[in-house]
Write a protein that binds this ligand. Structure first.
Ligand code: PLP
Length: 327
């Protein structure tokens, strides 16, 4: 990837003159079955731009209560889309058509206007759970029947593609806008690509300029994205196997329990409340050994596998955790 980046063709991205960026956008639009795409610095910017386009001030967005847009985007929906969020109580970040139906406002002038449904594929706080295609289609049908738009936060869409054996285009056909992150499992230094209709992407460009996401010689990083889409997608299956191995090994340790019933992709959430240490203490002790596993609150931890984590590292990590818990 570094070599490809070093030799990337570049131009002025904000004048649409960077061939590597243009190529990446064409590749992603085709992969996701949409008309057009735009390269952005981060997934958060993809979400925020999409929400701002879909909604106008005072509208309401329907999302799972665990959604990244609610919990980790610094209040972006309120400040940029100037919209409210109706949080649903899904299971592992996944909700059903009835949940959406129940959340859609009547149209009363006293209520906000329901405008958008946001799907997170895979669900981060849901433990990397994959939205099944059928469920997505059912949710999409209800939303569209009520003239609501749908947006997919596809930070880990390609993990879902590999785990479920469903094409990215089939997942994306259920929504109006969708993006994928290049800097997570795909292993690029930076960047995400948002896609949708030609008209939607035209508006996205206005927002990209407005909030400072327009770049110049961005081909150096876009080329990494094209490389990753060719070479780093199938191997996500290894990350999923490693996550399963980690789950199996650490759930055998005294006091450690898995939070989710299944490890479907590259995340393992585990509860350490029955151990003598807090999640923060365990995280700090692991870090002393060069292992990074984040604490989520007092009792929960999240381990994420990716292309820099090998099977040997999983063994080392589970052994290190076992060691920390007995000493
Ligand atoms: C589900 C989800 N959406 C959006 C993002 C934001 O992506 P980025 O870090 O590229 O802004 C993340 C990052 O962790 C995420 O997990």
């Amino acid at each position: 990837m570094r070599q490809i980046m070093a030799h990337a063709e570049m131009g002025d991205e904000q004048h649409r003159l960077d061939p590597s960026v243009n190529r990446l956008c064409e590749e992603v639009a085709e992969l996701l079955g949409k008309e057009d795409a735009v390269f952005l610095p981060s997934g958060t910017m993809c979400n925020q731009i999409a929400l701002a386009i879909h909604c106008t001030a005072g509208d309401e967005i329907i999302a799972d209560r665990s959604a990244h847009i609610i919990n980790f985007e610094a209040g972006g929906p309120a400040s940029l889309a100037r919209s409210m969020v109706y949080p649903l109580e899904g299971h592992n970040g996944i909700f059903g058509p009835d949940d959406v139906q129940g959340a859609i406002r009547s149209g009363s002038l006293h209520a906000p206007r329901s405008r958008l449904v946001v799907i997170e594929q895979t669900s981060n706080l849901g433990g990397g759970a994959v939205w099944p295609l059928k469920q997505l289609e059912a949710v999409s049908r209800v939303a569209r029947d009520h003239a609501l738009s749908l947006h997919m936060d596809g930070a880990r869409l390609m993990n879902a593609v590999v785990a479920a054996g469903v094409s990215a285009a089939n997942f994306s056909a259920t929504v109006d806008s969708v993006w994928l992150d290049l800097s997570k499992g795909l292993g690029c230094p930076v960047g995400a690509v948002l896609s949708g209709s030609r008209e939607f992407i035209h508006e996205a460009w206005r927002w990209k300029h407005r909030i400072g996401g327009a770049m110049r010689q961005a081909g150096v990083v876009a080329a990494a994205g094209s490389w990753a889409l060719k070479h780093h997608v199938d191997r996500l299956a290894e990350d999923h196997e490693n996550a399963q191995l980690l789950a199996k090994r650490i759930s055998a340790l005294d006091g450690v329990t898995l939070v989710n019933e299944k490890v479907e992709t590259n995340m393992v959430f585990f509860d350490v409340s029955q151990t003598p240490l807090s999640a923060a203490e365990i995280s700090a002790r692991l870090r002393e050994k060069g292992i990074w596993i984040g604490a989520f609150g007092e009792q929960k931890m999240r381990a994420v596998t990716h292309l820099d984590v090998r099977r040997e590292d999983i063994i080392e990590t589970s052994d290190a955790l076992a060691d920390i818990l007995v000493h």
